[in-house]
Every structure is written in structure tokens, then in C-alpha cells.
Design a protein around this ligand. Structure first.
Ligand SMILES: NC(=O)C1=CN([C@@H]2O[C@H](COP(=O)(O)OP(=O)(O)OC[C@H]3O[C@@H](n4cnc5c(N)ncnc54)[C@H](OP(=O)(O)O)[C@@H]3O)[C@@H](O)[C@H]2O)C=CC1
Ligand SMILES: CC(=O)C(=O)O
Ligand SMILES: [Mg+2]
Length: 761
């Protein structure tokens, strides 16, 4: 069953099962802690722990500021909740809030390289909560409070800000307020309005709503023009029911009593309440060119589709990522803390919040450069009704927002470690971008523009079905599930998978009218390789890989993905019976390893066992070609155990010869070798070889043999904490990808997207 309404089914959406699998697959949850120092030897232990650790202990006791030098504190934020207002789902308790809090923590890391841990505090008692948190100050550089209901959150935040000397920031209040204010600035500009005369109604008078209203008032919005509503209706002066001091502060003189009355003729609607709170009639009654920010999560007060059915002059934003104009605090909290931590701010004040809102608003007005367009799924946006605010994947955010926040902190005297070189700071911020995310983004974006038919050869496997659905849901094209339809449907029903959805096609190999064509095609290829016609018939009838590869070979599909049920080399052999290398190319496997913000391509991780010098040169060319297609400028290191002749040995000879072959071929990319891995990857070690022709550390590593390629990528993954994508097959005449038997759904979808990408370029 989809996690969203039926009306949302055509959107890029996820199913409930996908959401559960995402959280449970592999190591349950979304976070783990990994050490930053080696912990291997007795010496390491003596330094990290007793007796060595005593030295920083004494230094910190003497000068507390040195905690930022000797511990992780300065880059560590706690995400803390008691689960009393989880998104718009209400009070579901501390434990149930953990997925959201883990999510916030990974967003801190992903978007702004801030380390973060979630803490769920199991009390609804305000004093207990405050006491629990206040003593945690020494552990963290900042505290991000999350999903705590109003009015408790106001008291908690206020008291913690008084007693703690690090930033305490209730994200639902200020994060939301900053993003909503940025969106509002732009929506007002687009509709020719200003802060003085615009009339705004805010539904919801809790954490997020009160903070939004306070921030826009602080920015100059006319207080007389704001009406606040809650479950009891309009908050008017003199109301007694369901009131508190924070609501009273915003009560106005009015004879309107219900939300319907309040919104009549209003210019702006802010929804920070609950799903469906704004009715079609209310939308009808808003002023011309209304601004509707329906920000409740996960389901907004009204959907953009519903608004579109009523009127076409509205600017609509929601808190969701699957509609244009996502007004969600994810655009703020990672970057705001990044800036605050970088100047060791003692607090996050109004000036810093306003600076963040203004920086965000201006970013949306700027032209979207090429390398940023990918974040917008190919629809390079122009400032306008459908684009009033950047998306969370916009890589410019990491430079723009922390810079604005840090500057404002310095200007207002709350920066304990002001930045002296802002240019250098800007470069450091850009370096925190995760390069592969933009690469994958680019791939997905290109495929969305030119959707492709990808056959999932092992269509009866539950994991393939789920991946196919994810492929179709992300609008990458048609996912063709190959297999016996009856079996597939039985499994799908048992697993709660809905196969009757747009973008999913089932092909039953046995009943296909194309069996004859595929058999003739394959027989023509194999008849002189020891296969009888009936052998080929059996391959097409019984073997999904041969059927799928023939579909691709004859143009009935654009690409294929397989590998879950059969070991890699067997699947590869199956495919090679049907599809050749592209003329002038060699089929190789390239793995993409991502580690600590660095991406390297490793080749050949799939095909050649002990490549000759000639083959190594081909591998370098294929891998460099892929690197270019992914947007990198390749710097290829031909790896060996030796570096430039030392120690000398027969096995490095092939690698040296491969370098000479590349010289003769006059290839148009940087390469050098033979060299050891540390020379290739560590610029200080590389500097010992001033004649080395690489202009920087290598981003493509050509391994001397399959065993070293396979061993090193697997070790990177298991021991080094790297994410490894692939191997990606390159060099085939048609687009084929093979996953490993242990692949997760996300690996399969990534490779299917890559198959689609390769099919189109
Ligand atoms: N897009 C974004 O970035 C963010 C969105 N939000 C969303 O805002 C909403 C509120 O969150 P938060 O402020 O943290 O929660 P709180 O519990 O602090 O406040 C909820 C408020 O909404 C009011 N409310 C609830 N249902 C209705 C309704 N049907 N009609 C009118 N008012 C209603 C409550 O009224 P009463 O006071 O009478 O109980 C209360 O004032 C959630 O949906 C949340 O997901 C929150 C933070 C960020
Ligand atoms: C986005 C968010 O923090 C919320 O909806 O609560
Ligand atoms: Mg929240």
C-alpha cells in the first residue's frame, strides 16, 4: 500500500514497504559511529586511552576552549526530542520519534558534514527534560531540539538557552521560520506585495507557527495583518479557551472566528497544523494571486493538485520533497549549524536567522548553473511561481547559508572564533560537498529527461519487483519484469506489492511472441560455437538472462539488470553469449568507491583476470571514458606494488608496459605509473616523485589484476567504511548491468538507472 494518498500515486513517491525496507535492510536504522583515529596497536591504545588521554584531559581542564581542538565536540550536534509532536503525526512518544531524529542526524551529515547523534528523552515533564539536556552541554557543539509540542518547547528552549553556552535551536520553530520567511520574501516579490500591507492567516499556533510569525514580524511584517488560528479557530483578543501566553502575544482585534472567515480575502495562508485543514472553498475565498504555504508533514493542509483544480493564480509550497517549492527546515538546520559551529557561536540569534533567510531567498533568484541543474531533475528552474526556494540538494547551499550565518554571528559579537579569511572559508565549505551525490543526481536527472525501458531479468524475485517499482516511481522509465506472471502475482500479493501501476510491465518469457525471434538471433550467434538449435531454444525458454539480453540486443528493451540469483561471472557469461563489446571497446567493470567525501573509480573489478599490458591500457581508456561521462576530469594511476621501478619485479613489468602503450596511443587524459596506491592517493607521498605526470591525486585506479581490484574494493567497503557502487559494466554494445547477489534495493535501482543512462548516451 502506498504511504501516500491515491491521488499522489503518479508522483515520485515511496511505498510503505519501501520505507520499512529502507530502514531495516543491512544494519537497522540510518546511523553508525565510526572512529577517526586508528585503534590498532598498543601505542594507539595508549594514546587514545590511558595513559595518553590524560594529557588532553588536563589541557581541557585548564582551558575549556581546547575541547574544540582535542575532541569531536566542535562538529557534533545532538538532535533531541521527546516525541510529543512528531512531524504532524502528533504525540507518539520518544521511541517512535527515533526514525525522524536519526533522519535529522544523517541530514546534518549529508548536507553540511556536521556529525550528529539523536537522543530521545522519555519524559513529557518540562523540568525533567530540561535537566536531562542541560547537563549534556560538554558533549556537543550545539543542541537541535526537535518535534517537541508547544507550548512546552518554548519553555524548554528558553531555559536551555539561558543555562547552556552553546547554540540551542528548536528546529521546528526557527528552522521552519527561516525557510518560510525566505519563501515568503520571494513569493511577495513575485506577486508585487510587501511586508506592510499583505494580509496573512496562519493555521496552527504551535511551535512552528508561533516562530514563523515572530520571525516575519521581526523582519517588518505588519502585526495587525496577521491572524493566527488553532483547533479552536481564530485567536482573537479576549479569547480564553485553549490559550497560552505565546498565543495571546499574537491575538488580534477581529470579529472573525473560524478559519473559513479568517482566510476570506487573505493574501497569504501559512499552514503549520495538520493534513487537509484548508478546504477548497477556503482556497476559493483567498485574494487574487494567493500565496499558500501548506507546510504540515507528511501531508499538507491542501495539496498543490487540489489547489490547481480550483484556481491557477496561486503560488503553492509544501513541506514535501515531491512537489515544487519545498518549504522544509531541512534547507536550514544543517547549514545554520555549520555556520554557527565554524565560528564557535555561543548562540543562534535573530540576526543569524534573518541572514540565513535572506541568503536562501537570494539564491532562488540566481541563475542555476550547469553543475547545479542536476539537483533540479533536469527542469532547470527559473525564479517564479514554481521555484521560490532552492531544493535541499542544491550544492550552492553549503557555501551560501553557513557563510551568511557565520558573518552575522561575527557582526553581532557571538562568534567565539571569528573567521579571518572568508575566501578560504568559502573554499572549505565547497569542499564539504559530496561529489557522488551530484554524480548520481546527474544520472537520474538525465534518465528522467529520456526515460528508458529496463528489463529486470529476475522479475520473480521480490527484491527485483521492489526495485522495479522504485525505478518506475522515480519516473526513470518503464521497468519490465521478466518471469512467470502467475508466480510473480502470487509473490506480489503475499508481499503486499502492487504491480498494476504505471511504469511496470510484465513479460512472461514462455508466452512471448518474440521467443522465435530471440531463438533465431541467438542461434545465429552460437551455431558455430557448439550449440544446437534445441540448446538455444532451451536457453531462451528457460533462462531469464538469455531472454533479457536478447530483448536488449533486438531493441525490445533499452537495457537490463540482473545478478541477484546467479554469481557474477555466470551472469556475465550468459550476457556475453547475446551481446558483444562495442566495436573498438573492451568490456570491463568499474567500481565507484566513495570515502570521506572523495570518489575514486577502480577498474577492472569484473572481467579480466590477469590483464596483459595491452588489456591494462584498454582498461585505463575505458575507465577514463566512464570518468569523463560522469563529469570527472580523469587522473589515471596504473597501480602496482612498486613505484616507478622500485622494487623491481616481473609483475610490475606489465603495468610499466601498459603506460608505454598509452604513451604510444597518445590518449587525451592524464595517466602515470606504475605506482603504489599511497603514491596515487596521497599528495604528500606523490610529491616525492616530482616527475609524476598526474596533476593531482588519482581519481581512477587501474588495478594490475582482478584479484587486487576485487580484494581492495571489498576491503574498502568492509574496513574503510566506503560506499562502493558497482562494478558498473562498460564497453558493451548494449546496456547491461549485473548486480552482486547481496545487492540491496538501492544498489539495484542505482544500477538500473546507470543502465538507462548508458543506453541513452
Ligand atoms: N515544513 C516544515 O519544515 C515543518 C512543518 N511542520 C509541521 O507543522 C505542523 C505543526 O508542528 P509543530 O508546530 O511542531 O506542532 P505543535 O504541536 O507545536 O503545534 C500544532 C499546532 O497545530 C494546531 N492544529 C493541529 N491541528 C489543527 C487543525 N486541524 N486546525 C487548526 N489547527 C490545528 C494545534 O492547535 P492547538 O494549539 O489548538 O492544539 C497547535 O497549535 C506539523 O504538521 C508539522 O509537520 C513543523 C515543523 C517544520
Ligand atoms: C520538517 C519537520 O521538522 C516537521 O515536520 O516536524
Ligand atoms: Mg520537526
Amino acid at each position: 500500500m502506498p504511504a501516500t494518498d491515491k491521488s499522489d500515486r503518479t508522483r515520485t513517491s515511496v511505498t510503505e514497504q519501501e520505507a520499512l525496507d529502507f530502514h531495516s535492510q543491512g544494519r537497522p536504522g540510518k546511523l553508525e559511529i565510526s572512529p577517526t583515529k586508528p585503534m590498532a596497536t598498543q601505542r594507539d591504545l595508549s594514546l587514545a586511552y590511558s595513559p595518553g588521554v590524560a594529557v588532553p584531559v588536563k589541557a581541557i581542564a585548564e582551558d575549556p576552549a581546547t575541547a574544540y581542538d582535542y575532541t569531536a565536540r566542535g562538529n557534533m550536534v545532538a538532535v533531541i526530542s521527546n516525541g510529543t509532536a512528531i512531524l504532524g503525526l502528533g504525540n507518539l512518544g520518544a521511541l517512535a520519534s527515533k526514525p525522524v531524529m536519526e533522519g535529522k542526524s544523517v541530514l546534518f551529515k549529508r548536507f553540511a558534514d556536521v556529525d550528529s547523534i539523536d537522543l530521545e528523552v522519555d519524559t513529557e515533564n518540562v523540568d525533567e527534560f530540561i535537566n536531562c539536556v542541560r547537563f549534556l552541554g560538554p558533549s556537543f557543539g550545539g543542541i537541535n531540539l526537535e518535534d517537541i509540542k508547544a507550548p512546552d518547547c518554548f519553555i524548554i528552549e528558553q531555559r536551555l538557552r539561558e543555562v547552556m553556552d552553546i547554540p540551542v535551536f528548536h528546529d521546528d520553530q526557527h528552522g521552519t521560520a527561516i525557510i518560510a520567511a525566505a519563501g515568503l520574501i520571494n513569493a511577495l516579490t513575485l506577486t508585487g506585495r510587501d511586508f506592510k500591507t499583505t494580509k496573512l492567516v496562519c493555521n496552527g499556533a504551535g511551535a512552528a507557527a508561533i516562530a514563523c510569525i515572530e520571525l516575519i514580524k521581526a523582519m517588518g511584517f505588519n502585526p495587525q495583518n496577521i491572524i493566527l488560528c488553532d483547533t479552536k479557530g481564530v485567536i482573537f483578543k479576549g479569547r480564553t479557551e485553549g490559550m497560552n501566553q505565546w498565543k495571546s502575544a499574537h491575538a488580534v482585534e477581529t470579529d472573525r472566528r473560524t478559519l473559513a472567515e479568517a482566510v476570506e480575502g487573505a493574501d497569504v495562508f501559512f499552514g503549520l497544523s495538520a493534513k487537509g485543514a484548508l478546504s477548497p472553498d477556503m482556497v476559493r475565498s483567498l485574494a487574487p494571486k494567493p500565496i499558500i504555504f501548506a507546510m504540515a508533514n507528511p501531508d499538507p493542509e491542501i495539496t498543490p493538485e487540489e489547489v490547481a483544480q480550483i484556481r491557477d493564480d496561486a503560488i503553492v509550497a509544501t513541506g514535501r520533497s515531491d512537489y515544487p517549492n519545498q518549504v522544509n527546515n531541512v534547507l536550514g538546520f544543517p547549514y545554520i549549524f555549520r555556520g554557527a559551529l565554524d565560528v564557535r557561536a555561543s548562540t543562534i540569534n535573530d540576526a543569524m536567522k534573518i541572514a540565513a533567510a535572506e541568503a536562501l531567498a537570494s539564491l532562488a533568484k540566481e541563475d542555476v548553473p550547469d553543475d547545479v541543474a542536476a539537483a533540479y531533475q533536469g527542469n532547470r528552474p527559473r525564479f517564479g511561481a514554481q521555484y521560490i526556494i532552492p531544493v535541499p540538494f542544491d550544492p550552492r547551499l553549503i557555501s551560501a547559508i553557513p557563510m551568511a550565518v557565520a558573518k552575522a554571528a561575527m557582526e553581532t559579537g557571538v562568534a567565539r572564533k571569528p573567521i579571518t579569511d572568508l575566501n578560504a572559508y568559502g573554499q572549505q565549505l565547497s569542499a564539504r560537498r559530496d561529489p557522488i551525490a551530484s554524480t548520481l543526481q546527474r544520472i537520474y536527472e538525465r534518465v528522467r529527461r529520456q526515460p528508458k525501458r529496463i528489463v529486470f531479468a529476475e522479475g520473480e524475485e521480490v527484491q527485483m519487483m521492489r526495485s522495479a517499482i522504485a525505478y518506475a516511481n522515480q519516473q526513470l522509465g518503464t521497468a519490465i519484469l521478466l518471469g512467470r506472471e502467475e508466480q510473480m502475482r502470487e509473490t506480489a500479493e503475499r508481499e503486499g506489492i502492487d504491480l498494476d501501476r504505471p511504469g511496470i510491465q510484465i513479460v512472461n518469457a514462455r508466452l512471448s511472441k518474440r521467443v522465435g525471434a530471440y531463438t533465431d538471433f541467438l542461434y545465429a550467434r552460437l551455431q558455430r560455437k557448439g550449440y544446437l538449435f534445441r540448446d538455444v531454444q532451451r536457453l531462451i525458454n528457460n533462462d531469464r538472462n538469455h531472454f533479457a539480453a536478447s530483448m536488449v540486443a533486438l531493441g525490445d528493451a533499452d537495457g537490463m539488470v540482473t545478478g541477484l540469483t546467479r554469481n557474477y561471472s555466470t551472469a556475465l557469461e550468459d550476457v556475453r553469449r547475446c551481446i558483444d563489446a562495442k566495436p573498438g571497446h573492451r568490456v570491463i567493470g568499474v567500481s565507484i568507491a566513495l570515502c570521506r567525501g572523495r570518489t575514486v573509480l577502480v577498474a577492472d573489478t569484473a572481467v579480466h583476470d590477469m590483464p596483459s599490458a595491452e588489456e591494462l591500457a584498454d582498461i585505463a581508456e575505458e575507465a577514463a571514458g566512464l570518468a569523463k561521462r560522469l563529469g570527472y576530469v580523469p587522473r589515471v594511476a596504473m597501480l602496482a606494488y612498486s613505484t616507478f621501478g622500485h622494487p623491481s619485479g616481473e609483475r610490475s613489468e606489465r603495468v610499466r608496459e601498459a603506460v608505454k602503450i598509452l604513451d604510444r596511443r597518445r590518449v587525451d587524459f592524464e595517466y602515470d605509473g606504475e605506482m603504489a596506491a599511497d603514491v596515487a592517493l596521497n599528495h604528500r607521498v606523490m610529491e616525492q616523485y616530482p616527475f609524476c605526470r598526474l596533476s593531482g591525486t588519482a581519481n581512477v585506479l587501474v588495478m594490475p589484476a582482478f584479484h587486487s581490484a576485487s580484494i581492495s574494493t571489498k576491503m574498502l567497503q568492509e574496513l574503510g567504511g566506503s560506499t562502493v557502487i558497482g562494478p558498473l559494466l562498460v564497453g558493451f554494445d548494449k546496456s547491461v548491468q549485473i548486480v552482486s547477489m547481496s545487492a540491496k534495493d538501492s544498489d539495484i535501482v542505482n544500477l538500473a538507472a546507470i543502465a538507462a543512462y548508458n543506453a541513452g548516451t
